[in-house]
Design a protein around this ligand. Structure first.
Ligand SMILES: NC(=O)c1ccc[n+]([C@@H]2O[C@H](COP(=O)([O-])OP(=O)(O)OC[C@H]3O[C@@H](n4cnc5c(N)ncnc54)[C@H](O)[C@@H]3O)[C@@H](O)[C@H]2O)c1
Ligand SMILES: O=C(O)C(=O)C[C@]1(C(=O)O)C=C[C@@H](O)C=C1
Length: 293
């Protein structure tokens, strides 16, 4: 692919930032690729891996002259980072991000950006439970969705350039309202993580009483939960604190459904259990069929 940007700055060269850096390098999307990261070990590793041209902790050096700046740190850092980078942004620059929530990004980043800078928030729906620059890989975004939530009035040319970058990564891009994104992701991503954190926490507490037997006899169902529950604690703390309303809403609904199941088990209502399990089995099969089509 042709060069999309003369200079790109990635803020945070962890799992997602380094995966994007690998794509940018692989596809020659930037004339120069610089990272700003507060962790000196991550800066050194990114240089050693050859996935960036320069790594710094100096904001002006990183974002000065950049045509695209991508925030790829936990969303709780965004407000301070936006305030720090804003004075160094050039006219015509695009600011984007990869954060897992989007309303909070509009709230925390948007107000800091000067006139003449375009804002195209993004969220690649791809990731693993691993963190840091060694956990990244260029194929991470292949065949996955990337949601962009540009605020009304954003220059179309800026949206098109960010779209082209994600399409080069192999993703299908969808434009969405930030509030809608947060409600959808609350159920498809945030609630499942909360459930995984809870179930592994409960099992570990029980294990103390049952003396090690929970982990010892854990079958694949529980192991799947432990993978999700191994996800980065800081990243997920920030997601829940910054998508509070949408998560609390689906959690309320989930709690009611769980109580209904509890009742069905207590009163021996097998038909109710079987009806739900049949419905969810059909959903799983339709997801697999849609993927294969
Ligand atoms: N991991 C996933 O599955 C996934 C998927 C999609 C989106 N995201 C989003 O991507 C973002 C990054 O997640 P990740 O998994 O790559 O995390 P990560 O921990 O692997 O990487 C974060 C990087 O940011 C750096 N950093 C942290 N605070 C900083 C600061 N104030 N200034 C400069 N650098 C700082 C860290 O040193 C680290 O290198 C988060 O906003 C997350 O919500 C994550
Ligand atoms: O597969 C995983 O490990 C993930 O949790 C990835 C996952 C998800 O929930 O789908 C996690 C958070 C992101 O914002 C996007 C993707």
């Amino acid at each position: 692919m042709a060069v999309l940007f003369d200079k790109v700055a990635i803020i945070g060269i962890g799992h997602i930032g380094s995966s994007l850096a690998r794509v940018i390098k692989r596809d020659g999307l930037a004339g120069r690729l610089v990272t700003l990261d507060s962790n000196s070990l991550h800066r050194a590793k990114a240089l050693e891996l050859g996935i960036v041209d320069a790594a710094t902790d100096d904001v002006a050096e990183a974002v000065g002259d950049a045509d695209l700046v991508v925030l790829a740190t936990p969303v709780g850092t965004y407000a301070d980072l936006a305030a720090a980078i804003a004075p160094h942004l050039k006219q015509g620059a695009i600011v984007s991000d990869v954060g897992s929530v989007k309303m909070a990004v509009l709230r925390d980043v948007g107000p800091h950006l000067p006139e003449g800078v375009s804002f195209v928030p993004g969220h690649p729906i791809a990731g693993t439970e691993h963190s840091g620059p060694t956990a990244g890989f260029a194929e991470l975004f292949q065949g996955r969705w990337c949601i962009l939530t540009p605020p009304g009035g954003t220059a179309q040319a800026a949206v098109d350039k960010v779209r082209a970058m994600w399409e080069s990564a192999g993703s299908t891009v969808e434009i969405m309202e930030a509030a809608h994104h947060d409600r959808v992701l609350a159920i498809t991503s945030h609630l499942p993580h909360l459930i995984a954190y809870t179930i592994v926490g409960t099992a570990t507490d029980l294990e103390t009483t049952l003396q090690q037997e929970v982990i010892k006899f854990s079958a694949s169902g529980f192991r799947d939960f432990t993978r999700i529950a191994a996800s980065d604690p800081v990243m997920w703390r920030d997601i829940f604190l910054n998508n509070r309303e949408a998560v609390l809403e689906v959690l309320q609904r989930f709690t009611e459904d769980l109580t209904a199941l509890q009742r069905a088990i207590r009163w021996g209502e097998g038909d109710k259990l079987e009806e739900l399990f049949s419905r969810t089995r059909a959903i799983r099969r339709s997801i697999i069929d849609a993927k294969q089509a």
